[in-house]
Design a protein around this ligand. Structure first.
Ligand code: CTP
Ligand code: MG
Length: 229
């Protein structure tokens, strides 16, 4: 049977967050942000292994002292996210079969819940292509024109926001990413370029990506609320 592994790209510099430390290492409820992310994946019983992709010149990881039973550290990050994922997929090729599922998950999404993973694995394990966690767009969308004035209202029907994990078979994903190059911003786009149609698995807004300083406050509220339950 195909196994499930997680691959966590964590080689970004967090330029939109600002500050001297990459955002994945900022404190969040007294632990590094990335510690929450890796634990969410490693604590799931159906995930066999978690691989984290760091920048080759990462200066922070060793000081964090993060050790998890299922965790393997790969120092092969690239200049763009797609490159980090491609390098990671190549690095694990000897340990993972072409048919095994890889769940690529942003280090910057620390609030992933077991129920999100359960839904993905249940809905996609028998799928021919794979898919992504995503959320239907709830707000009315506007396209801006000159002077930041509304040029048009975009119908939201059928529109979803892509999140991660993005779950595809190792062999298919590596082939798709190598063909796409670093132009794509997520794994699904690379698969789409091969003429395939990944499935949208419904998640929710709690699985936010920490991008700007304000997002750290939101992530703390989401995780803090869970701890109180
Ligand atoms: N990432 C990566 N390698 C890169 C760029 C990004 O592994 N060369 C990772 C980030 O560490 C993050 C995830 O991809 O976990 C999503 O990227 P993003 O949110 O854009 O993070 P950054 O690129 O670090 O932030 P920014 O775009 O603001 O610089
Ligand atoms: Mg980025």
């Amino acid at each position: 049977m195909s196994k499930f592994v997680a691959l966590v790209p964590a080689a970004g510099s967090g330029s939109r967050m600002g500050g001297s430390l990459p955002k994945q290492y900022l404190p969040l409820l007294e632990r590094p942000l990335i510690d929450h992310t890796l634990r969410a994946l490693a604590s799931h019983p159906r995930i066999a292994q978690v691989y984290v992709v760091l920048s080759p010149d990462d200066a922070s990881w060793d000081e964090l002292g993060i050790q998890l039973e299922k965790l393997t550290v790969l120092r092969c990050g690239g200049a763009a996210r797609a490159q980090s994922v491609t390098n990671g997929l190549k690095a694990i090729a000897a340990e993972v079969a072409a048919d095994d599922w890889v769940l690529v998950h942003d280090a910057a999404r620390p609030c992933l819940r077991a129920e999100h993973l359960d839904r993905m694995l249940d809905e996609l394990a028998g799928d021919g292509v794979g898919g992504i966690l995503a959320v239907p767009v709830a707000d009315t969308l506007k396209r801006s024109g000159p002077e930041q004035r509304i040029a048009e209202t975009v119908p939201r029907e059928g529109l979803w926001q892509a999140q991660t994990p993005q779950m595809f078979r190792h062999g298919m994903l590596l082939k798709a990413l190598e063909a796409a190059g670093s132009a794509v911003t997520d794994e699904a786009s690379a698969i789409e370029r091969m003429g395939l149609q990944p499935k949208l698995v419904e998640g929710d807004a709690r699985n936010l990506k920490v991008t700007y300083p304000r997002d750290l406050e939101l992530a703390a509220l989401i995780l803090g609320g869970e701890q109180e339950q």
